[in-house]
Write a protein that binds this ligand. Sequence first.
Ligand SMILES: Cc1cc2nc3c(=O)[nH]c(=O)nc-3n(C[C@H](O)[C@H](O)[C@H](O)COP(=O)(O)O)c2cc1C
Length: 203
Amino acid sequence: MSSAPTTHTVIEPKVLYFGTPVTVISSLNPDGTTNIAPISSSWYLGHTVVLGIGTDGQTLPNLARERSCVINLPAAEHQQAVERLAPLTGCDPVPPVKRQQYRYEPDKFTAAGLTCTPSEFVRPARVAEFPVHLEATVAAIHEPADDNFAIVEARVVRVHVATDLVIPGTQYVDTNHWRPLMYVFRHYFELGRRRGRNFRADQ
Ligand SMILES: Cc1cc2nc3c(=O)[nH]c(=O)nc-3n(C[C@H](O)[C@H](O)[C@H](O)COP(=O)(O)O)c2cc1C
């Protein structure tokens, strides 16, 4: 049964972050080390991941040069590690537009208390503590002329899921235990209770 129509107010919000999971993108720096950056602008079409990446950081040039990345998905319990990454950039010097709020950090793993683990198919490393790693190749980068972000299409070539989140003997993630870290208007959340299932759900 639908609820009653509600009244609406026209507003002009600064951002439209109504709610997406946090991901942390691993990309390869020119010196062969891995840069990691929190991203909330991501969504999935089959095995393609679409990422919104700012043009004022280190991640975009790394993706353009190396054409691969890892999309690491933290759980809700990793919020503090994500927030430790938040004021850091792999850009040296820090671009003027970021100078007030960000500092250059060449080793973001150590700065955030996270562990680097090698990938299987791509050169950027994975974040060992996070429960999901999607190794991916970069298929296309679209740079809108007037905007300060690019739209990156990444094709997933390998999926790693923490063993205790996999339903034993299947290819399914156990939704009873997967707790993604969500980002809503610059605040972190975890999911509440299950509201039901889609008519096409297998599990
Ligand atoms: C929770 C969270 C979500 C973010 N989402 C995005 C995003 O979707 N796209 C983006 O370009 N930057 C996003 N940022 C900002 C980047 O993490 C930030 O610009 C960082 O300095 C990028 O690192 P880099 O310069 O080493 O690439 C987000 C930051 C946080 C903490």
